[in-house]
Write a protein that binds this ligand. Structure first.
Ligand code: F3S
Length: 510
């Protein structure tokens, strides 16, 4: 018997750190770590100690013989990652999976008499919380944790789909730090409105911005701003009860909705819009969103992907889960929009690849001018096609998309743009308009002494929750390096930070 990692793996590698026999890969020091969809356990090396399952923050690890239903496939998926890896090559670091690579080397040597730093962390999402964890557990720093919203959690609270409770569980791990004796939580405080970046820097030895990438990328096509055309960020905020999103922000009165994009967020949106509301009742979904879903007319959600089935943006575990849920039909548009011939899924498909997972699905040539067929709700995957115009007069009535004979029209009452996130400028900080990030080196903001970034505002909107852990380690290490080298801006005013900042800041305190 061995253990296996399953669908909700968050890649934060807590399991890697506790495994006594180094049988979970890729590790943060291996090159695949930044691009892997999940981590895998080598069944031949696993000694069944269970330490990884205890450490996993999202309950993704189980003994193989305890896997049931669709999860049973993960025994093979874990084992497959190691197929062909030669133990001798692994030991020498020449295996394709575990070849030698320059491991990240982050400073951790702090002089024992070093006075505590006062550090402000702006943002309570995963990136900010991994930085907080690092500061509180590995240094004697005092942390002021700030969020512009009235409740902490960032993307864990407002970005993870409510039907993914295991992933949301990582929020409980982060929440343990809210009551840490060296942390002060200040909610409802916005940099640029309640306190300036300059003031924050004046009152702390260092400030770490973990503000994420809160805006949605735009399509740049006509009709994008019509009522009924919204960003996935808005819809995700709607079902998660984000205070900035009005409950009536979405129109569910038409039978078909189109989601532009086919990444994991697009899958989340399609799943929630087609779910039986009864299955969402005991989740964290917003009560107003649930009430609207209960009277929703939507019966079909079309996922429009520019790329083909093998290179679609979603991850295999998320697609696999969608293929295995029983209440909603998953259908592939059977016509290749580039040629009008039958779409070829099988030629390039490997059994475990993304296209391979679509092999057993129904393929159907669809009349996009007609309403969806009667019967069960369904999700339709259309590949090799992009929107060229959102149609409507005062309200969305369809999307013009690329097809074999020029553009064709898909009738729809709601369009959701799920083509990625983008960072927004922060008052008082430099900003790179091309990348939507704050220019930095190792997390140190350019030309702003004592100011750092972490997460999506640092590296752009890619990587899941766990990717922020290594990112935070790098930023905190750069900060400590600067502290030790005397490069922080206010080295003589450490103790003033918390006391003086507390007065002008208002907000909910846990
Ligand atoms: Fe196996 Fe997990 Fe222990 S991978 S060796 S059960 S830490």
């Amino acid at each position: 018997m061995a253990f296996a990692i399953t669908q909700t793996c968050c890649n934060d590698a807590s399991c890697v750190a506790v495994c006594p026999v180094n049988c979970i890969h890729p590790t943060p020091d291996e090159p695949d770590f930044g691009s892997t969809e999940m981590l895998y356990i080598d069944p031949d090396s696993c000694i069944d100690c269970g330490a990884c399952a205890d450490a996993c923050p999202v309950d993704a690890i189980f003994p193989v013989d305890a896997l049931t239903g669709p999860f049973q496939a993960y025994a093979e998926i874990n084992a497959e990652y190691y197929t062909g890896s030669d133990p001798a090559a692994v030991a020498q670091g020449t295996s394709p999976n575990f070849h030698a690579w320059n491991p990240p080397t982050f400073t951790r040597t702090i002089p024992s008499d070093f006075a505590p730093l006062d550090v402000a962390v702006v943002g309570t999402g995963p990136a900010g919380m991994y930085a907080v964890e690092d500061l509180l557990l590995h240094t004697n720093s005092r942390v002021t944790l700030i969020d512009r919203l009235g409740a902490p959690g960032g993307l864990v609270r407002y970005g993870v789909a409510p039907d993914h409770p295991s992933t949301k569980k990582i929020g409980e791990v982060f929440a343990r730090f809210y009551s840490h004796p060296r942390l002060r939580l200040r909610l409802g405080v916005e940099v640029g409105r309640d306190v300036s970046a300059e003031e924050l820097a004046d009152r702390h030895d260092a400030v770490i911005y973990a503000v994420g990438a809160s805006s949605a990328r735009r399509l740049g096509i006509p009709g994008e701003d019509l009522p009924g055309s919204i960003a996935a960020t808005t819809l995700v905020g709607w079902y998660n009860g984000h205070p900035d999103v009005p409950p009536d922000t979405i129109d569910l009165s038409a039978e078909r909705a189109v989601v532009v994009g086919n990444g994991n967020v697009a899958l989340d949106v399609a799943r929630i819009l087609t779910a039986d509301p009864g299955t969402l009742r005991d989740t964290t979904i917003s009560p107003q969103a649930l009430a609207m879903l209960e009277s929703s007319k939507v019966r079909e959600v079309v996922l429009l992907g520019r790329r083909g089935p093998e290179t679609a943006a979603y991850t295999s575990p998320e697609l696999r889960a969608l293929t295995q849920q029983g209440e909603v039909d998953l259908v592939v548009d059977g016509s290749d929009p580039r040629t009008a011939q039958a779409i070829d899924i099988d030629t390039a498909a490997t059994p475990a690849g993304k296209a391979g997972l679509l092999r057993g699905l129904r393929r159907e040539r669809i009349d996009w001018s007609a309403p969806p067929p009667d019967g069960r709700r369904r999700i339709v995957l259309r590949f090799h096609s992009a929107p060229v115009e959102i149609l409507g007069d005062g309200q969305v009535r369809g999307v013009r998309v690329t097809g074999a004979e020029g553009a064709e029209e898909v009738t729809a009452g709601q369009v959701v743009r799920a083509i990625g996130y983008r960072g927004t400028p922060l008052p008082g900080l430099p900003f790179d308009q091309d990348t939507g990030t704050v220019p930095h080196s190792g997390g140190r903001v350019r030309d702003r002494q004592g100011t750092y970034v972490v997460g999506w505002i640092k590296r752009g909107p890619s990587g899941g929750i766990g990717a922020n852990r290594t990112c935070a380690r790098e930023t905190v290490s750069t900060l400590l390096e600067d502290a030790i080298a005397g490069r922080l801006r206010t080295p003589g005013r450490r103790r003033r930070g918390l006391a003086t900042l507390a007065a002008p800041l208002r907000g909910w305190r846990r």
